[in-house]
Design a binder for this molecule. Structure first.
Ligand SMILES: [Zn+2]
Length: 74
């Protein structure tokens, strides 16, 4: 592949506020991996793709879940 010096920013889709809040409330504000409450962790929680976008996973409720930043780093 040749690089033409521009970055194609397809790595992350913007997840809208309403969608984030829906995912968060359905997860009861707990991390989907370690089940720790967002209130205990104290850092902003992240919305994670179950099927990564790089593999064609949609940014839709059924493909998203809630994760703390520690678990999401993996
Ligand atoms: Zn976690």
């Amino acid at each position: 592949m040749t690089s033409r010096g521009f970055t194609k920013d397809m790595s992350r889709s913007y997840i809208g506020r309403a969608l984030r809040e829906q995912v968060s409330s359905e997860a009861r504000h707990r991390c989907g991996y370690c089940l720790t409450s967002a209130r205990i962790i104290g850092t902003p929680m992240e919305i994670d793709h179950i099927i990564p976008e790089s593999l064609g996973g949609p940014t839709a409720r059924e493909n998203l879940w809630f994760a703390c930043s520690m678990c999401n780093d993996h």
